[in-house]
Design a protein around this ligand. Sequence first.
Ligand code: CA
Length: 223
Amino acid sequence: MRILIVEDARKIAEAAAAPLHRDGFAVDIVETGQAADEALALQAFDLVILDLGLPDVDGTALIVRWRARGTATPILVLTARTAVEARVSALDRGADDYLIKPFEADELAARCRALLRRARGEAHDVLRAGALVLDRVRKSVSVAGVGIELPNREFRLLDVLLTAQGRVLSKEEIAGKLYGFDDAAGPNAIEVYVARLRKRLEGSGITIRTLRGLGYTVQEDAS
Ligand code: CA
């Protein structure tokens, strides 16, 4: 899952990014409306966190522009404006939720998870495939009730694969969801993570299949 934070106050942007990094999201930070436009044109994001008071453009105007363009990405507005009109206006123009500054990191992360669930049409944060269960909130993976330890990258990779269950994901698609712009690793590193995750999933009843030239898909073994 990849999140774009549009916020010109560096400290606030970093405070918002910290709990999201902990939750395993790839996070990119931009400081202007123009940079946000460019980032969205370049890369698919699963969620945008948007400050209304940006140096070059009002955040509400960005919401209008993106929605007019057909961008369906969920938008969480961050605002220091306590006037109810500003919030109502942002929501009416296509924002999905808002948080007033100063905000609690845990609440921000929980609201992001809720928006991402809603966007995927899921009611909760638990993914299942056969006997395998991935819990995004607890950061746990288990097979038939027995826990499996997964490093952060492999955990996120499994999350991406399970979320797309039944679909083939290309290396580029997976890399786009796992990495932020500042991460050096590219699609080739995906092969390494897939190999490691495969090893960890041995005997779990779940197999990651490689479809040559297309990408990867996760499947339950035939029993
Ligand atoms: Ca601002």
